[in-house]
Design a protein around this ligand. Sequence first.
Ligand SMILES: [Zn+2]
Length: 140
Amino acid sequence: MSTDVVRPVVSRDNSYFFEGTASRELRIQRCNACGVLRHPPGPACPNCGALDRGWVVAKGEGTVYSYVVHRAPQVPGKQLPLVIALLDLEEGVRMVAEVTGVPADGPDGLRIGERLVVDWNVIDDELTLPIWRRPEGERQ
Ligand SMILES: [Zn+2]
């Protein structure tokens, strides 16, 4: 492994997500029985209980519901401070999101309700993770 980043535990329930990020698709789990989207992934639909699950590709845009600035403790493979947001995706699910290119403090810091777009953090040949940033060409 080329870095000491904390690697996600890939299971039968979430492998679709990481197969998606490998091809730069942000996938959301979808119940094949009732069509409800859910995140984080799980084996059974919280709406109807069905185990038949698929996924859809998200547009890759969301708005900041909340966020934290992580200053300590150190996170392997990361430079602190880290800006971690809870994002409401346009598709209607909420996702924990690492944010890049945004100062941790000051007037240019992240704001509730701000719109972010997904980008890709290629860790190595085997792992690509979503990372979120402000849309290009937009000063808000
Ligand atoms: Zn369902």
